[in-house]
Design a protein around this ligand. Structure first.
Ligand code: KG4
Ligand code: ZN
Length: 353
């Protein structure tokens, strides 16, 4: 059906997002309300505070998404909502809102897996992208390599044994005294451009492991020690640091980024070799999740993928970081296959799941 219109709602972490997407891939609206100020003030996501922040804006974010798309609830075919993984207090805000809208307007609901949505949004971006394909999902909480054989049929090739790469970017940014209002990743990416990636010799994680798993806790620790060794004081924001101090910070950012990404490159190479053995018809590697919006990450992955005769698909930054479009789109993919729940009862009590 080419005329489905789906509302997608995402509240799994620190962004409240909603979007309306048509089944032909047209994005009718996309609204994100970020908790960047809270993040900067408390240096991380506090679940209770994040929940309150979501609850405060969810109605408005959904209304804006509908208004901007020039549709009303009556024009919708279904409501899609993230049901996990994520902070349960936060997920609940989105799920309750989705059930309220669906209940009031007799709409089916599609529960969406957040990581699946990060992967599948690539099919909205690149219409040629057919299953099977390999996916690298890199965000604040996840570091996954997955072989997507078909819709709902995923084989995990690798995951992180401790931290995800985005967590390493975020902590490095915090310890280097960077402005956290724009979140750690982009701040490191920018600073790294002014540094020498060869300045600090960090070791590449998991080199001796012949699998596709990741580890970023050790690298994070190496970065922390390097920062201490150079007497860099995170209390002094980089904007007030002298030029020597600033270039020391830039060098650490660049050295960290090079090794963090080298780890991705090595494991992607291995995953491609594995996956092609299972299924030689694979033509694409999809990179998605917040960290995939990083230009250095993209350019390095592109080299790996080209070397193997594959093509890289990387959604634009606004679709790599958490967003409602990916939820709506994944809702469409499942809805088309008949995978959805019937409308919930109208006027169900607020605390119903
Ligand atoms: O996918 P996402 O928005 O949320 C999660 O599901 O976690 O990813 C957020 C992560 C954060 O760690 C953020 O610092 C990182 O993605 N990130 C970046 C960049 N933009 C966002 N990391 C490196 N470079 C970037 N340009
Ligand atoms: Zn995410």
């Amino acid at each position: 059906d080419h005329n489905l219109v789906i509302l997608g709602i995402e509240t799994s972490c620190d962004d409240t997002a909603a979007a309306v997407v048509r089944s032909n891939g047209e994005i009718l609206s996309q609204i994100v309300s970020s908790q960047a100020d809270l993040l900067a003030r408390y240096g991380g996501v506090a679940p209770k505070m994040a929940e309150e922040a979501h609850a405060k804006v969810i109605d408005q974010v959904v209304q804006e998404a509908l208004d901007k798309a020039k549709v009303t609830e009556r024009d919708l075919s279904a409501v899609a909502v993230t049901i996990g993984p994520g902070l349960s207090l936060c997920l609940r805000v989105g799920v309750q809102k989705a059930r309220k809208v669906a209940g009031s307007f007799n709409l089916p609901i599609v529960g969406v897996h957040h990581m699946e949505a990060h992967a599948l949004v690539a099919r909205l971006v690149e219409k040629k992208l057919q299953f099977p394909f390999i996916t690298l999902l890199i965000s604040g909480g996840h570091n996954l390599l997955v072989l997507a054989r078909d819709l709902g049929h995923y084989i995990q090739l690798g995951t992180t044994i401790d931290d995800a790469i985005g967590e390493a970017y975020d902590k490095t940014a915090k310890w280097l005294g960077l402005d956290l209002r724009k979140s750690g990743g982009p701040a490191i990416e920018e600073l790294a451009q002014q540094g020498d990636p060869g300045a600090v010799n960090f070791s590449v994680p998991m080199k001796q492991h012949k699998d596709c798993n990741f580890s970023y806790a050790g690298l994070k620790n190496q970065v922390r020690l390097a920062i201490e060794a150079q007497n860099i004081n995170a209390e002094i924001p980089i904007s007030s640091a002298n030029s020597e101090d600033r270039s020391a910070r830039a060098n650490i950012a660049a050295s960290f980024q090079q090794v963090a990404v080298l780890h991705l490159e090595e494991k992607c190479q291995r995953a491609i070799e594995w996956a092609l053995k299972i299924d030689p018809s694979i033509k694409y590697l999809v990179a998605s999740g917040g960290v995939a919006s990083n230009k250095y990450v993209r350019s390095r992955l592109n080299l790996v993928v080209e070397r193997n005769g594959l093509q890289l698909v990387c959604p634009p930054p606004s679709l790599c970081t958490d967003n409602g479009v990916m939820i709506a789109w994944t809702g469409i993919e499942h809805f088309r296959m008949g995978r959805f729940d019937p409308p919930p009862p109208a006027n169900e009590p607020e605390d119903a799941k």
